[in-house]
Design a binder for this molecule. Sequence first.
Ligand code: TYM
Length: 329
Amino acid sequence: MAKKLFFSGIQPTGELHIGNYLGAIQRWVKLVDSGEYEGIMCVVDYHAMTVPYEQATLKQRSLEAATMLMACGISADKALLFIQSYVPQHTELAWVLNCSCMIGELSRMTQFKDKSKDKGESVAVGLFTYPVLMAADILLYKAAYVPVGEDQIQHLELAREIVRRFNSRFGETFPEPQPLIGEAKRIMGLDGESKMSKSMGNTIALSESPESIWKKLAPAKTDERRKKRSDPGVPTDCNVYMSYHRYFSPAEDLAYVDKGCRSAGIGCLECKKLLAKNMEKELGPIRKRYEDLRQHPQKVEAYLNESAEKCRAIAEATMHEVRSKIGVR
Ligand code: TYM
């Protein structure tokens, strides 16, 4: 049976964090390893230009993001991994799709509203049309599935709308891409108040040392009921349990902290120490592979170049069809 194709992307903005990992990257690896899916993954450097950025470090950050994805388990024998700007058809298709997308639709995007808040008209047009480039990323490969976190659902709904409009005007061309949303769809930051995000400064990076992670975890907010060591708590009201323990700890440890928290048999620090140990079990090997791969940048670059070459061939075939349908060549 033919494999199902998924596409997903990640921005090279700052270091990748455990929200990216649990919400997206870990699932990409699982989908590829399941043998049911073919995967194309992309570090979206052109998207990273939509907000103020350092041109001197963008390329390096893209390479670091790709290196981290490889450290997490994406590899040349299993999937394609490339950097968006290596395949110029992405921006070409984005232009075409810009003409099938309405200003009203883009104005309703909550990420655009958040990022452009208080900026008046001093917002790059690229930030406004960001979701159209995202639609182009997916549609160039005619991918049917897009594994992402919850924050990208609205962008995918727009991509589907763009597909319907394009197909009805120019003939059946693209499938409507479906989001694949997992349980860890919205990992909260250490503050427990907003989504984990680099811009909020509430992240745990995938490359962080256990000591640095502990410095952040130890003071992290837990269930408010646990003011004193002897006050019992409710794990489902605790961000540390709901956002991290639940995903990093095995069932027996979850049962132990659930009981210990509800009976005040254990304190929050003991609970967090167990979490830190379990996080290290998962993140330690990733960090080690990341450090090893950083010593061999040519390995990373060879994989990215090889994938980009294959992607350019697929993308060019799609653009050939698109150019002919829209009447330009
Ligand atoms: P980005 O770079 O913000 O995030 C990459 C992936 O991580 C997920 N994510 C989270 N999941 C759960 N909890 C969190 N706190 C959390 N923070 C981030 C995101 O949902 C995403 O899946 N626009 C995209 C990149 C993109 C893309 C695409 C994605 C460009 N083209 C085509 C899919 C298909 C973005 O900015 O993701």
